[in-house]
Design a protein around this ligand. Structure first.
Ligand code: ZN
Length: 301
């Protein structure tokens, strides 16, 4: 098994910035410490190339990100100060989801230990997202593997607005997002399937809706590849989320999504997406559980 990480590409952030940059390295360390994963399971991906990025983003946007020409409002919307390391990290993180998809097509599943940058639009970024890794990956797999149908299953607590926008009117990529109705983004886009949940929604209600959403997604899109955004931020003690899932509920979610895909032999590339728990170790534990569950469900392929 190979999982892809980009935690060695750390971008410089001011003190007290609310993005938990340290969580990615700690996730990899936690997986190693569990004894269920070894060093050889982890690999640094290639950076996504200009050609790969511009299948999902407009060339002018890529150029302006790469050369640091974004204006103040665009930088504020992204939420990271511009630096060359920010650009490199964004390319590597997209490259990690892309590499995970290639791996999944031969071995059933793989994961990016970061990624899930679903608020990036074709020509702009927001909410800590510069390039849309799922969109870049779906387009690459269509181009290089000839896939006709890809599903993005987005279980981050925030709507996958950038992904929905990039694939609006495109029947080849089905976008499903299940999220908090009152969570960011406040003006939502239209996915192929959106399920909006009230503040405080707990495990059972969430899973009831998810099961129906998954059935509809798989029935309507019959995907040859799924990209699963396994956000840890629907967690009850998340600083940014408005839902109230427990760790056990999130593990049931992962088992439901990954089990449904495995039962239909749909390969899956997993991205971690958000996770901002008051105690960041909780987010790390939830992400680690996702990967352990994936391995259980698919076997050590
Ligand atoms: Zn999120």
């Amino acid at each position: 098994m190979t999982l892809f990480y980009s935690d060695v590409f750390v971008l410089p952030l001011p003190a007290h910035h609310r993005f938990p940059m340290g969580k990615y390295l700690r996730l990899r360390e936690r997986l190693l410490a569990s004894g269920e994963f070894v060093d050889n399971d982890f690999r640094v991906p290639e950076a996504a190339s200009d050609a790969e990025i511009t299948r999902a983003h407009c060339p002018q946007y890529l150029r302006r990100v790469a050369t640091g020409e974004l204006d103040g409002a665009e930088i504020r919307a992204i939420g990271f100060p511009w630096s060359e390391r920010m650009v490199e990290r964004s390319r590597r993180s997209s490259g990690a989801t892309l590499a995970a998809a290639r791996e999944a097509l031969t071995r059933g599943w793989s994961a990016n230990l970061a990624g899930g940058t679903h608020h990036a639009f074709r020509d702009r970024g927001e909410g800590f997202c510069v390039f849309n890794d799922a969109a870049i990956t779906a387009r690459a797999m269509q181009s290089e593997a000839g896939l006709k149908r890809v599903s993005v299953i987005d279980c981050d607590v925030h709507q996958g607005n950038g992904t929905a926008s990039i694939f609006a009117g495109d029947d080849s990529v089905f976008t499903f997002s299940i999220h908090g109705a009152r969570n960011f983004p406040f003006a939502k886009e239209t996915s192929d399937l959106d399920i909006e949940l009230d503040d405080g929604t707990g495990d059972d209600e969430y899973l009831w809706h998810l099961e129906r959403g998954l059935d509809e997604t798989l029935e309507r899109s019959r995907p040859q590849l799924a990209i699963y955004l396994a956000g840890a931020d629907p967690y009850e003690d998340d600083r940014l989320g408005r839902l109230k899932l427990t760790k056990r509920g999130l593990a049931r979610r992962d088992r439901m999504v990954l089990g449904a895909l495995a039962a239909r032999r749909v390969p899956v590339a997993i991205a971690m997406a958000g996770g901002y728990a008051r105690d960041i170790e909780d987010s790390i534990e939830i992400h680690a559980n996702t990967l352990q569950i994936a391995r259980e469900v698919w076997g050590d392929s």
